[in-house]
Design a protein around this ligand. Sequence first.
Ligand SMILES: C[S@@+](CC[C@H](N)C(=O)[O-])C[C@H]1O[C@@H](n2cnc3c(N)ncnc32)[C@H](O)[C@@H]1O
Length: 293
Amino acid sequence: MRLLERIKSRLRRHLWKAINKEAFEEDFIRILPDTQKDAARFLFYGNATAEEKRIAKLIEANRSQIIATAKELHSFSSPHSGTFKKDAKGHATAGPYTSSPAKAVAMTGVKKKGGILIKRITTGLGARRILELGTHTGFSGCYFLTCPQVEQLVTVEGSKDLCEIADRNLRRISNKFIIMNMLFDDAIDQLSHNREKFDCVFIDGQHEREATWHYMKRVMPLLNDGGSIIFDDIYWSDDMNQLWKEICNSLDFSVTLDLQSKGVAILRSGEEAKVHYDICEYVGRSRIFRKGW
Ligand SMILES: C[S@@+](CC[C@H](N)C(=O)[O-])C[C@H]1O[C@@H](n2cnc3c(N)ncnc32)[C@H](O)[C@@H]1O
């Protein structure tokens, strides 16, 4: 059944793209900021360059290594919607800390397509210092580290098991990273105390509406002027999709861009008018993965 659904969805997307190719170029790409055209074109055409394919091959080769080195690994799973709680310090309570087979863990996080997409988004944004909430085994981090302009990646992960794997994984690509093995709120406290600044924050953990809104508000002061936040999994659940709609309506941002699974929001720096771009009108909208989760 799942296979049939996947085939139907793929066919629907191919057909949708074929019908919309002209409109995509003339109505969408024409008005999209130049900085995000490469990312949008990649989603529409899947046109990875030879260099991107080489990088993706190098990064992906490490998944089998992870499976070979461990049996079970711990991570914080995303809590159900409506279960958001804060402690006395105002910190969000993390989701359940559970263990899963290494094989399942290795398959979590961005794959080749998502990796090239975040690489193009952040390269377009010119982000030199990136903060990531949710390191996992370091695959998204590997893609960030291959962006030519990136000077440093600071990535936060609560699971010690995963930090050790991520450290080995990221080190194969570059040494321009710091892993903070702690809960997101503790890391944000530390970064705020040290007055650290970033050009871009990737929020990819604790996928629940109120938790994501909480972390979004907390990382905003860490952003440089015109900085941006990339939200992962905006079609993961009804709850996460509702959050994305609220972000699109929020006056905190001057630009919001729906790139299917990823939402990009650029911080407002003055009185500029709000603009929203939605690629799903041209490539087809993702189905909500876990209804009502
Ligand atoms: C979806 S995975 C990140 C995937 C990764 N960005 C990638 O694409 O390769 C989310 C990670 O966030 C971590 N996490 C979730 N909630 C957390 C919290 N409150 N504090 C620290 N880590 C957390 C989980 O343990 C998990 O490894």
